[in-house]
Design a protein around this ligand. Structure first.
Ligand code: NAD
Ligand code: UDP
Length: 324
């Protein structure tokens, strides 16, 4: 038996955990466009079927509702496993601290076990959070990071660090073909309006006329990458021979206050800035060094901030039923 029973297997088959999420659904679209068959596995903890409703009836697509912290088996051939399942926004992983640790630990182990069973290439969605509140700037892949294991963000950061260690152990011990992408703040359509991340938070607040909640004095920095650029980098990494982690992100850095001002300048609104306390262990700076991606994958971001943010604002306008 086979998930795509009755169909011939001239096409490559990819399994995407977290396939109903923001990134997993965009990656699925790309893989289908590349001619893959895609099996999405998601327990809908933070994702939504709305992100994949356009795929209903696509004969190259299957959705399996399943928690990947439980034993994971899928019949038939699988060529690639993209392990994207995990709460990803600070308010999500603070609400689900133990599921976050479990999906990074047990979920990664199960996904790697399936990759071993199928002889599949495995790609882990890791994060710039492995660098914690970095003491090196910008962050290069050989920096080991500055993470507080017992702070509130530790559930996410340490789960991802464990997931990286497990991935490298499967590569070294079981000789699995593995890749690790360290994703820096990525934004775009299909983010959840209420997931608390700064991009949907500020756009949603501005569209509703609420004040923008800048945490701290807004001097902390982030570097925002548009989702299409990220997916391009991940696809290239999946086809590469690279086993070491690769940063994928847009190096264009700005302070959170500057980001708030850019949103206020783009959306006609009565909103102003409202300063709120800085969350515990909020990283002060974050910017990817992307030399490795440039060199090994020939990748660099192409979508500038103005273009990406406009598309994202448009998505949230439609989502809220507002006119352009
Ligand atoms: P998201 O919340 O939209 O997607 C995560 C998906 O995983 C959701 O659909 C959720 O339901 C699913 N999921 C969670 N636990 C699961 C479990 N136990 N079993 C099955 N499915 C489960 O978040 P996202 O932004 O799309 O993030 C996707 C991945 O990329 C995550 O692993 C995240 O850590 C990583 N990442 C994202 C960013 C970013 O900026 N978006 C940055 C760094 C890393
Ligand atoms: N932030 C903010 N107001 C908000 C949400 C976030 O000022 O309503 C800040 C947050 O403190 C952090 C930055 O924006 O410094 C990015 O936060 P996000 O949750 O998007 O991702 P992080 O990079 O912290 O994982």
């Amino acid at each position: 038996m086979d998930v795509f029973s009755g169909q011939q297997h001239e096409k490559r088959v990819s399994l995407v955990t977290g396939g109903a999420g923001f990134l997993g659904s965009h990656l699925t679209d790309r893989l289908l466009a590349e001619g893959h068959r895609v099996i999405a596995v998601d327990n809908l903890l933070t994702g939504s079927m709305r992100n994949v409703e356009h795929l209903a009836g696509n004969e190259d697509y299957r959705f399996i509702k399943h928690d990947v912290t439980d034993f994971l088996f899928v019949p038939g051939a699988i060529d690639f496993i993209f392990h994207f399942a995990s709460p990803a926004s600070p308010i999500d992983y603070l609400e689900y601290p133990i599921p976050t640790l479990k999906v990074g630990g047990l979920g990664t182990h199960n996904a790697l076990g399936l990759a071993k069973e199928k002889g599949a290439t495995f790609l882990l969605a890791s994060t710039s959070e492995v660098y914690g509140d970095p003491l090196v700037h910008p962050q290069k892949e050989d920096y080991w990071g500055n993470v507080n294991p017992i702070g509130p963000r530790g559930v996410y950061d340490e789960a991802k660090r464990y997931a990286e260690a497990m991935t490298m152990a499967y590569h070294r011990f079981h000789r699995i073909d593995t890749k690790i992408v360290r994703i820096f703040n990525t934004y775009g359509p299909r983010m959840r309006l209420d997931d608390g991340r700064v991009v949907p938070a500020f756009i949603g607040q501005a569209l509703r006329g609420d004040d923008l909640t800048v945490f701290g004095d807004g001097s902390q920095t982030r570097s925002f990458c548009y989702v299409a650029d990220l997916v391009e980098g991940i696809y290239r990494l999946s086809q590469s021979e690279t086993h070491d982690p690769v940063n994928i992100g847009n190096p264009k850095e700005m302070t959170i206050k500057q980001f708030a001002e850019k949103i206020l300048a783009r959306i006609e609104t009565k909103s102003k800035i409202d300063y709120k306390p800085l969350p515990v262990d909020d990283p002060q700076v974050r910017q990817p060094d992307i030399e490795r991606a440039r060199e090994l994958l020939g990748w660099e971001p192409k979508v500038d901030f103005e273009e990406g943010i406009e598309k994202t604002i448009e998505y949230f306008r439609n989502f809220l039923g507002l006119k352009s």
